[in-house]
Design a protein around this ligand. Structure first.
Ligand code: MGD
Ligand code: MGD
Ligand code: SF4
Ligand code: MO
Length: 701
């Protein structure tokens, strides 16, 4: 049902916001003809969007009108995971869910758990009505750690709130370091600004174990072993201090703990750091000289290094660098993790924690859901999943799937599609997409709150998440007035009293944060306890942590004892044409990605007798999977790379990289998962076992 006919009437243009978990939060223009969305493009008037969308979202109508969109409620009739469902009506669906939840709540509401993440980053369709519902119920709380909490915690120790840098002045930088960031894939609008900087003479550097699309376009690429970035940052500081490349005036006025830091980094000589990180001492020296002698310099620190045990400390250490060199004096200088700290959202009005009425339910970490479905006490007996696909995206996936398969677990999934997770549901509820509902999206890569107006009517019987939780609240007999709030009222509640949501939705977006062109931290003003950059952190000491930056090595250390059995470090960063597990079922995008690959270095392939295009077995104690290999020096020696996050059922062997990732070990700060802290072994074994494995030939549809 896409745009096959020539438009009968002139297109109406509706202002929207990209809902995806991507820093760029593009302002959209949706062209609608006769009630059908025919084209989605990027607003030219919105500075950060600059009239351009990524390939994924420029094909949004293909996803919205996908023939496999869920259009009515479903009830499971097959085994869990098998994917056999029959259509039911909304009334039956809501009544069935309410009956189950009522019975469990009467025993102990903590047996009920929401599971949600950032399928949509909209404040309205995210955690508004849903949280109100779970607070009123007294359900277990979910610690939403799967992505960003490690780095956030590390960054905040050193610098306080995540203000970042105005993406619109990034083209003024003379040095941009992409640290654990594949910006071409994950933040293409930032990349566009970096390209402009490059054309104006800037030097671009990538720090990444993999020669990503981004790294290959940089002037310099340093490829440390995964999870060793904390040591690299300490080594750079060692050289900066040793060679007098420190802005002493900035340090004296706007930082605390320099003496302690200098003593600490003295231990991290380039030679020692080189051996910890698997690089050369000359690379450490060269990078430090470049960083110490170029201004404005900007570190684009992203998520790649946060997914190992030391991920929190790594970001904490990296955040010290621009204070040492005084890079914060420039508007285009400093360090950019996220801009989310600019926005003050009225969380209490949105999610109404007061509805807990004094109860204090337990918290379950979403990163350990596999283990917790096995052994939490009281047991988890009902799961309500929305905006997430845990069976594909959560670590230690085999265990997660085993948990979801429990016969005594009642699972509800709100979705656009029959995902790997939806296959385990007892009840599937069809949700609307961004083109069909109202929202307002808080970005983490620029300074504009972006509004989303519904462009088309809901397809089939799909309903917004908010409406689904309103219906559930009513069926549960919750009469609190907040359960009658409409989506406009929720959007207004999120923005608080100083903003008029109607104006934002009319204009499309509204800027917060520092005025354009201002170096926000040129004269300190950090949101830390001291108001300064905290090399020495009393907050860290109070948490029982080292008050000074330190190096925390990986849990599954490629230079440690486990490497005797599993000598290769596997990373599984997102593929460019997927957004986490979203879009994997959009045929045109999946065909660009091809199939689930494992990239292996020639020096690791040769001794295993592996040649390009072979199918290999990849395994560790948690599981195994088979992938086709690309033998390439894009991935460094000792590291194998599996672009992700594939739907299991659209993969040739019905599994994905999370079969091997660790679902118990957490990051040093922020309780995050350790997806890229994962040792494996690889063998050219699959060719033999494939002969009697018909599963490998299941065609991806
Ligand atoms: N196209 C696309 N865009 C996305 C997403 C997507 O799935 N697809 N996902 C979105 C989301 S939710 C997120 S969190 C971000 C993620 O996007 P990024 O923040 O860019 O993070 P990753 O892609 O996980 O990793 C970035 C780079 O870090 C490298 N890396 C892996 N381990 C390490 C390490 O230990 N040290 C260093 N220095 N580098 C390492 C990887 O090889 C990769 O090239 O992107 C968002 N944008
Ligand atoms: N191996 C490995 N695993 C990873 C990562 C990795 O790099 N490697 N990255 C991790 C990271 S950074 C993240 S953020 C997580 C992402 O994990 P998730 O947040 O679970 O992201 P998605 O896989 O995109 O799943 C989101 C789902 O929400 C649905 N959805 C979207 N909008 C709506 C809506 O309005 N209503 C409802 N009901 N549903 C909606 C989509 O259809 C989609 O199926 O994955 C993590 N897992
Ligand atoms: S996914 Fe990112 S780049 Fe693509 S349209 Fe959305 S916000 Fe823009
Ligand atoms: Mo993420």
């Amino acid at each position: 049902m896409s745009a096959v006919h020539p438009p009968a009437a002139p297109a109406r243009v509706v202002k929207g916001a990209c809902p995806h978990d991507c820093p760029d939060t593009c302002a959209l223009e949706v062209e609608v003809v006769d009630g059908v969305a025919v084209r989605v493009s990027g607003s030219a008037a919105h500075g950060p969007t600059a009239g351009v969308l990524c390939t994924k979202v420029s094909r949004y109508t293909e996803r919205t009108y996908h023939p496999e969109r869920l259009l009515h409620p479903l009830k499971r009739v097959g085994r869990k995971g098998e994917g056999r469902f029959v259509r039911i009506g909304w009334e039956e669906a809501i009544a069935t869910i309410a009956e189950r939840l009522r019975a469990l709540a009467a025993e102990d509401p903590q047996q009920i758990l929401p599971y949600s993440y950032a399928g949509t980053m909209g404040l309205v369709q995210g955690e508004s009505m849903a949280q109100r519902f779970f607070h009123r119920l007294g359900a277990s709380r979910l610690d939403r750690t799967i992505c960003a909490t490690a780095g956030a915690a590390g960054y905040e120790l050193t610098l306080g709130a995540r203000i970042g840098v105005d993406v619109e002045v990034v083209d003024q930088a003379k040095l941009i370091v992409f640290w654990g960031s594949n910006a071409i894939a994950s933040s293409v609008h930032f990349w566009a600004r970096a390209q402009a900087a490059k054309r104006a003479g800037a030097t671009l550097v990538a720090i990444d174990p993999y020669r990503s699309l981004t790294a290959e376009k940089c002037h310099l690429h340093v490829a440390p072993l995964p999870g060793t970035d904390g040591a690299l940052a300490l080594g750079l500081m060692h050289v900066l201090i040793r060679d007098g490349l420190v802005d002493q005036d900035y340090v004296r006025r706007y930082t605390v703990g320099y003496e302690g830091l200098a003593a600490r980094v003295a231990e991290y000589t380039p030679a020692r750091v080189a051996s910890l990180c698997g690089v050369t001492a000359a690379e450490v020296e060269g990078l430090a000289q470049l960083y110490g002698r170029t201004r404005p310099s900007l570190i684009r620190v992203n998520y790649g290094m946060q997914r190992a045990r030391g991920g929190g400390s790594a970001v904490r250490n990296i955040a010290c660098l621009p204070a040492l060199t005084g890079a914060f004096r420039d508007a285009a200088g400093g360090v950019f993790l996220s801009t989310s700290g600019n926005f003050s959202i009225d969380e209490a009005a949105l999610t109404r924690p007061d509805l807990l009425a004094g109860r204090n339910p337990r918290t379950i970490n979403m990163a350990t859901i596999g283990r917790d479905l096995e052994s939490a006490t009281p047991p988890i007996r009902a799961l309500l999943v929305y905006n997430s696909n845990p069976v594909a995206v959560a670590p230690d996936s085999r265990r997660v799937a085993r948990g979801f398969a429990r016969e005594d677990l009642f699972t509800v999934v709100l979705e656009h599609f029959q995902t790997d997770t939806a296959d385990y549901a007892d009840i599937v509820l069809p949700a609307t997409t961004q083109l069909e509902h109202l929202d307002v999206v808080k970005p983490y890569g620029h300074y504009d709150m972006v509004a989303n107006n519904p462009a088309i009517q809901p397809l089939g019987e799909a309903k917004p998440n908010t409406e689904i939780f309103r219906l559930l609240a009513r069926a549960m007999g919750f009469t609190d007035a907040c359960f009658a709030d409409g989506d406009e009222a929720i959007a207004q509640a999120a923005l608080g009293k100083d903003w008029d949501f109607e104006a934002v939705r009319r204009d499309g977006w509204r800027r917060v944060g520092p005025p354009a062109g201002v170096a926000r931290f040129a004269a300190g003003g950090f949101d830390t306890p001291s108001g300064k950059v905290e090399f020495h952190s009393t907050a860290a000491a109070a948490l029982g942590l080292d008050p000074l930056p330190q190096y925390v090595p990986p849990n599954e250390d490629p230079q440690g004892p486990l490497a005797a059995r599993y000598p290769l470090a596997m990373i599984s960063p997102p593929a460019r044409h997927f957004l986490n597990s979203t879009f994997v079922n959009v045929r045109s995008l999946r065909s660009i990605e091809g199939e689930p690959w494992l990239d292996i270095h020639p020096a690791d392939a040769a001794p295993r007798g592996i040649t390009d295009g072979d199918r290999v077995r990849v395994w560790n104690d948690r599981g195994e999977l088979r992938l086709r290999v690309r033998v390439t020096d894009r991935t460094r020696r000792g590291v194998v790379t599996a672009p992700s996050i594939w739907w299991k059922k659209l993969s040739p062997d019905g599994r994905n990289a999370n079969e091997l990732t660790n679902g118990e070990a957490l990051t040093d700060l922020g309780r995050g998962p350790t997806f890229y802290d994962c040792l494996v072994q690889v063998e050219a074994h699959a060719a033999r076992s494939e002969a009697n494995s018909p599963q490998t030939e299941v065609a991806a549809t």
